[in-house]
Design a protein around this ligand. Structure first.
Ligand code: ADP
Length: 396
């Protein structure tokens, strides 16, 4: 069956058409500037990438453009719409309602809407994508796959904040965690790849991309993760601050004469390694600036690494041990220097990095020596394939 995987943002729409038998992406693409003017990047498997300037006044126009590209005579990959058997949507926040992926119906849509307050930038966009598909492809089953669902197994001691309990009861203020599809996919694959029994394993997954989070996975279930109520908590990221003393918000607001929204804007968009370095949110730029001796870039990388190390150490304690530490996402898969810096702290876990193995980029690999007490690995994430697998499992 062919599954259309959709990841809808407020002005963008990423898609992949995946053949569930071969698990290959037949086409991948991205609609940008929806509601402004409109641009579509589309790449069929094994073919050239094409870029089209297409007016897209809303997400429905974007979906129509995607379907037209998928069926185009020269760069399309299917002949008719009926070849698309199901649609899988990435939905960012499922609150406490969704502990796993679900077939979308009107009740599910209403329940996702109820989570809008928890992810005001993401959930409404995800719903627009769902509604646009319902209108353009009526009758095709749609599945919602939530970023938060995998972490719903976290115990109370990991998800409650130390604030009045009434805020949890009234407003569901608690830690949820994100990147769940990736943490789930990568932890499963890591166990398989390393020959560990998932049901009897302790794995730490470091999803280090522009957005970054770490999770502690015991026997295949998430028991803790670094992101919280929103994706702002935890690690220092490309542009996000991660954990800070909450008093900084009031202090900066007074000192800079900024309102709450403005300070939150700084913490989300102007902080992280970008804010620390003043160079870039992209680690490739940071590494080249660091090589040229830029002090702030060097510091930003050190601060980033140190936070990663503290989370890993915390999770080793929480799990009372670890079998494997896994790196994934843009930075985790590609940056051997960052992996080396992180692992240099874990001599006490008996981690021994094999530098030849660690030279790997974007490929599954155990990067420790055969006699290393704890395994460290690189496992590329594939959130789209994970969404397609969830979708097929539900519609079958
Ligand atoms: P997101 O999906 O959150 O936007 P990604 O998973 O694509 O982020 O990761 C982006 C980060 O990965 C950037 O900081 C980028 O510099 C880093 N990255 C991507 N490719 C490489 C590479 N070949 N070497 C080093 N870093 C890389």
């Amino acid at each position: 069956m062919k599954i259309l995987v959709i990841n809808c943002g407020s002005s963008s729409l990423k898609y992949q058409l995946i053949d569930s038998d071969t698990e290959k992406a037949l086409a991948v693409g991205l609609c940008e500037r929806i509601g402004i003017d409109g641009k579509l990047n589309h790449k069929p498997e094994g073919g050239e990438k094409i870029t089209l300037e297409l007016p897209m006044k809303d997400h429905k126009d974007a979906i129509k453009a995607v379907l037209a590209a998928l069926m185009n005579e020269s760069y399309g990959v299917i002949k008719e719409l009926s070849e698309i058997g199901a649609i899988g949507h990435r939905v960012v926040h499922g609150g406490e309602k969704f502990t796993k992926s679900v077939l979308i119906n009107s009740e599910v849509i209403a329940a996702i809407e109820e989570c809008n307050d928890l992810a005001p930038l993401h959930n409404p966009a995800n719903l627009i994508g769902i509604n646009a598909c319902t209108e353009t492809m009526p009758g095709v089953p749609q599945v919602a796959v939530f970023d938060t669902a995998f972490h719903q197994t976290m115990p109370m001691k990991a998800y409650l904040y130390g604030i009045p309990y009434t805020y949890y009861e009234k407003y569901k203020v608690r830690r949820y965690g994100f990147h769940g599809t990736s943490h789930s996919f990568v932890s499963k694959r890591a166990a398989e790849f390393a020959g560990l029994d998932l049901k009897n394993s302790k794995i730490i997954v470091c999803h280090l991309g522009n957005g970054a989070s770490i999770s502690a996975v015991v026997n295949g279930e998430s028991v803790d993760t670094s992101m919280g109520l929103t994706p702002l908590e935890g690690l220092i990221m490309g542009t996000r601050s991660g954990d800070i003393d909450p008093s900084i918000i009031e202090y900066l607001s007074k000192k800079e004469g900024k309102c709450l929204e403005e300070v939150m804007g700084v913490l989300n968009k102007k902080s992280g390694v970008l804010g620390l370095s003043g160079v870039s949110s992209d680690f490739r730029d940071l590494q080249s600036a660091a090589k040229e001796g830029n002090e702030h870039a060097i510091e930003a990388v050190e601060v980033f690494v140190y936070r990663v190390v503290k989370y890993i150490g915390g999770y080793v304690a929480a799990m009372n041990g670890v079998d494997a530490i896994v790196f994934t996402a843009g930075l985790g898969e590609n940056d051997k220097t960052i992996r080396n810096m992180v692992c240099s702290y874990f001599g006490y876990l008996g981690v021994k990095i094999d530098q030849e193995r660690n030279a790997v980029s974007g490929k599954e690999q155990i990067i420790t020596t055969d006699d290393s007490k704890t395994k460290v690995m690189v496992i590329p994430t594939n959130e789209e394939l994970a969404i397609a697998r969830e979708t097929i499992a539900i519609v079958k």
